[in-house]
Design a protein around this ligand. Structure first.
Ligand SMILES: [Zn+2]
Ligand SMILES: [Zn+2]
Length: 212
């Protein structure tokens, strides 16, 4: 099954329209695409109402395509660990990600709480922050335990080549499912998931893909 479960449209900070993103997914033979524009609190984020408008547009497009179109959101994790989304009602998938952590400790403090929020399906681009940092083993073990307990999947993000194989092996062993995302911000990058697919195949084999 060919999937890309993390793409942005021009409604947030992507360059191309929903229609262009879906066309690109269809042309590349994808079976499933998830539209996940940035949510409230992000510099170019949209609100829940706008995401639901995208959902309606996607439902109108759907009969013309093989690729199944999901519509969700990439919600912001705040420094407190709160996930900035009033309601996920009507949305197919909710990614949560932390874009602005100031330190490894600040990142994990927030993310450890965020994955216990029942609105969250997937932790996106784990361990990516401006400047970057190595993943921290002692926090990662607790994080994976919590994700398993709360049924939160881990995103294998092709754009950032994250998370590490070590981390994903622990996720697999704990029963944490995965998603695959290009994090595409333009149609040309839809389905650019070679690294993620290859990683998933080696680590998860043919099991463990999270589907909402
Ligand atoms: Zn992001
Ligand atoms: Zn993104």
């Amino acid at each position: 099954m060919k999937v890309d479960m993390h793409v942005h449209t021009s409604k947030s900070d992507g360059r191309d329209s929903l229609h262009s993103m879906v066309e690109a997914a269809e042309a590349r033979g994808l079976d499933l695409i998830a539209i996940t524009d940035h949510g409230p609190g992000h510099g170019s984020g949209i609100d829940e109402r706008q995401a639901l408008e995208t959902k309606k547009e996607a439902e109108l497009l759907q009969p013309n395509y093989h690729v199944r179109i999901l519509v969700g959101i990439e919600a912001e994790i705040l420094p407190t660990g709160e996930v900035l989304l009033d309601s996920r009602e009507g949305l197919d998938i909710v990614l949560a990600s932390y874009h602005g952590a100031s330190s490894v400790e600040a990142y994990y403090q927030a993310v450890l709480r965020a994955v216990t929020d029942p609105k969250v399906d997937v932790l996106a681009h784990h361990a990516w922050v401006i400047g970057g940092f190595e993943q921290a083993g002692e926090y990662d073990d607790v994080l994976i335990e919590r994700m398993a307990a709360h049924g939160v999947a881990i995103e294998i993000n092709s754009k950032h080549a994250l998370p590490s194989w070590d981390f994903l092996i622990k996720c697999r062993d704990a029963g944490v499912k995965y998603t695959i995302g290009s994090d595409a911000h333009r149609a040309a990058d839809v389905g650019s998931v070679a690294w993620a697919k290859n990683t998933a195949r080696h680590i998860y084999g043919d099991k463990g893909l999270f589907l909402p």
